[in-house]
Ligand binder design. Structure first.
Ligand code: SAH
Length: 327
């Protein structure tokens, strides 16, 4: 697994290699410093990207900054996309077996990589739960708070700037741990899942919905050079470190003794999403907002066809991983 997680396709990857691979202590210390600097640079890039682009995406797409979930091969019109994003949240909850039973429904939820709080508000309302969201973007925190206040949810949901790899919560706090399309930004997937498990209460459900690369075949040690090349370009545009596969997540969850581990490939269910995002960016409103947003947002928009290419080549997989912390 480590060999896979180290596959060198991200411009950030060298900076995130596990330190233990360097041989001599001095080399290890040097590698640790480089890794730390790299992680700070990545976090800064992610924060700036979302600070810059969130207003525009909210204008075009609303408060959910993630793929929509569609019936396979359904014909889709423009008004279907926002409901499809809400459906993604519902499908993830259903897949993980989260219940509406008043005695068993979640009461304390963490939304890791919360964006402007679309999931947080939905989950808080659905379950009458308290929800705490974390993001790297101060602009998102401010906007998430304003949207929650406008809905009268300010006592139920809260947001702060914090790192998912070092969450500002004590152990065992939450009975639902939610990460909707933030895992792909995490430079250390083992640490990421470890933190999700740490803040989970005994018996809590952990849901990760994230971009993965395809599983490797038994004879492969890494992806093919042309595949690495494509992911590399996507990593640069969206501030992503090296990707991993859904099986890698399963192995990490197993190593952490998490239970009831389930995963599914929803790539076909999200197929209409990126073409629709491209169409929305090409409207007059989309185009002018893009130009106003800044270079990081424009670069992200230019990389959108690469996501479609990745899905078409069956290199990119849209995955859900759900599991439970033992009682
Ligand atoms: N889950 C939200 C937003 C997805 S966009 C939604 O579905 O609407 C990705 C989010 O992950 C952004 O809010 C970004 O700030 C956050 N993120 C990326 N890396 C992070 C990290 N290390 N710690 C906390 N949040 C992170």
């Amino acid at each position: 697994m480590d060999a896979v997680l180290r596959s060198e396709h991200s411009p950030f990857v060298g900076m995130y290699e596990p330190v233990g691979y360097a041989s001599a202590p001095a080399a290890r210390r040097r590698a640790a410093k480089v890794a730390e600097r790299g992680q700070e640079e990545l976090k800064k890039g992610i924060a700036e990207l979302y600070d810059e682009s969130s207003e525009m995406w909210e204008k075009l797409w609303g408060d959910h900054m993630h793929h929509g979930f569609y019936d396979k091969d359904a014909s889709v019109s423009f008004s279907d996309h926002r409901p499809a994003q809400v459906r993604m949240v519902q499908e993830a909850l259903a897949f993980a077996g989260i219940t509406d039973d008043p005695l068993k429904k979640p009461k304390r939820i963490v939304d890791v990589g919360c964006g402007i709080g679309g999931s947080s508000r939905y989950l808080a309302k659905k379950y009458g739960a308290k929800c705490e969201g974390i993001t790297l973007s101060p602009v998102q925190v401010k906007r998430a708070h304003a949207l929650a206040t406008a809905e009268g949810l300010e006592d139920q949901v809260s947001f702060q700037v914090a790192d998912a790899l070092k969450q500002p919560f004590p152990d065992g706090q939450f009975d639902l741990v939610w990460s909707m399309e933030s895992g792909e930004h995490m430079p250390d997937k083992t640490k990421f899942v470890g933190e999700l498990a740490r803040v989970a209460a005994p018996g809590a459900t952990i849901i990760i919905v994230t971009w993965c690369h395809r599983d490797l075949s038994p004879s492969e040690e890494s992806l093919q050079p042309n595949e690495l090349n494509l992911l590399n370009k996507i990593c640069s545009a969206y501030y992503l470190p090296a990707w991993c596969s859904a099986s890698d997540y399963v192995k990490i969850a197993q190593a952490l003794s998490l239970e009831d581990i389930k995963t599914a490939d929803w790539s076909e269910n999200v197929a209409p999403f990126w073409p629709a995002v491209i169409r929305s960016a090409l409207t007059w409103q989309g185009f002018t907002s893009l130009l106003r947003s800044g270079w990081k947002t424009i670069r992200g928009a230019l990389a959108m066809p690469l996501m479609i290419e990745g899905y078409n080549k069956k290199l990119i997989k849209f995955a859900i991983i759900a599991c439970r912390k033992p009682m």
